[in-house]
Design a protein around this ligand. Structure first.
Ligand SMILES: *Cc1c(COP(=O)(O)O)cnc(C)c1O
Length: 367
């Protein structure tokens, strides 16, 4: 049996270190916003190459607090429009709404699972004030084009980097350091995953960093003095401790993901399976390996019969979710067809070469 993702096996590698860290965490008697959070923020900022990292409760809050921070700073105003790709995970859209801004969904591109750049141009209005590229499935968005576009329309660029820890561009700049600010999630399934919920904001903007740091903690910087209407979304101390143990292995895990992706790309030969684009650069860390198959359910059954797990990222696009019914009359034919045909196959760093060979043979025998 090859499960889609074996989280226990991934974390088992760190078991002794986790236990030792937990013991010292317990013994410290200090459980919220302690030295592990501060240390992780420093280490993750250094990893991404930014000056500031603020640990928060999860990825959704990371994105939301960036936007609320910009509203407090006066760079955004309630009711401003934010451009976002229509095939993103719903969290990106929810963060925009929760901050009192208006998500403008932009049709996506079939080959890249990202913005269609012409559609982007067509979606701009006088109220557009920010753009949120999502590095979906671990592949960087076309940041050069997006940054040029943002510059010509004076938009803030906020990366949703929740799936792209460690992805870097040709200049060696990392996800989290490619726009004005970025939101990360360390949900257990992500490339860098905690043992519970966790997230972070990265930015080189000191003013924004100061505001977000207050917003995550009731809008307060000194105890019982509250400057803003903040929320409670602090990176948990024990999760920060675990993340510090896992961060040094992130690059190695990402390299293994890419190695598996290369084996898939050269080994899978089946007309019925459309493989993802990959340009052999470090801009893709394969959070997911997403293929497209016309008769998806049949394909999933074939893998199931052979004891291989799959998942769909994602079965329903944001504009067709009940929670976002204001968008239900919009049509995004490419996004909709992507959602009908995508399937993710296992790409966990702990897969063995034999697992990968077996998966390839099962995919090649599908007809
Ligand atoms: C996981 C994810 C989020 C949200 O992260 P949580 O920690 O679950 O809140 C946001 N955007 C994308 C693209 C994600 O994959």
């Amino acid at each position: 049996m090859i499960p889609f993702l074996d989280l226990y096996k991934i974390n088992q590698r760190f078991e002794d270190e986790f236990k030792a860290k937990f013991t010292s965490f317990l013994d410290s008697g200090y459980y919220v916003l302690g030295k592990n959070v501060t240390a992780f923020e420093k280490e993750y900022a250094a990893y991404c190459g930014v000056t500031h990292c603020i640990g928060v409760g999860n990825g959704l809050d990371a994105l939301r607090l960036i936007l609320e921070g910009y509203i407090i700073l006066g760079d955004l105003n309630k009711g401003d429009e934010v451009l976002v790709a229509s095939n993103t995970y719903i969290a990106t859209v929810l963060a925009i709404k929760q901050a009192g801004l208006i998500p403008v969904l932009v049709e996506s591109e079939r080959n890249t699972f990202n913005f269609n750049l012409e559609q982007l141009e067509a979606s701009i209005s006088e109220k557009s004030k920010a753009i949120m590229p999502v590095h979906l499935y671990g592949q960087l968005s076309p940041m050069k084009e997006i940054l040029n576009f943002a510059k010509s329309y004076n938009l803030l660029v906020i990366e949703d980097a929740a799936q792209a820890h460690g992805a870097s561009n040709n200049e060696g700049n990392y996800a989290g350091n490619l726009g004005d600010a970025a939101g990360f999630s360390f949900y257990p399934t992500k490339n860098l995953g905690a043992l519970g919920d966790a997230g972070a904001v990265t930015t080189n903007n000191s003013e924004l960093a100061v505001v977000v740091k207050k917003l995550r903690n009731y809008g307060s910087s000194s105890k019982y003095v509250n400057e803003y209407v903040g929320i409670n979304s602090r990176l948990d101390e024990v999760q920060a401790a675990f993340l510090r143990i896992k961060l040094p292995l992130l690059d190695q895990d990402n390299n293994r993901r890419v190695e598996i992706a290369k084996k898939y790309l050269s080994g899978i030969k089946n007309e019925k399976i459309k493989l993802p684009n990959f340009n052999n650069s470090k801009d893709h860390v394969f959070h997911q390996f997403v293929i497209q198959v016309a008769e998806r359910q049949q394909f999933i059954e074939h893998l199931k019969t052979n004891n291989i797990g799959t998942l769909i990222h994602y079965p329903i696009p944001p504009h067709q979710q009940e929670a976002l019914s204001e968008y239900k009359n919009l049509l995004f034919p490419i996004t909709e067809s992507i959602h009908k045909e995508v399937v993710s196959i296992p790409i966990s760093p702990i897969l063995t070469d034999n697992d990968v060979i077996f998966i390839i043979s099962v995919l090649n025998s599908y007809n």
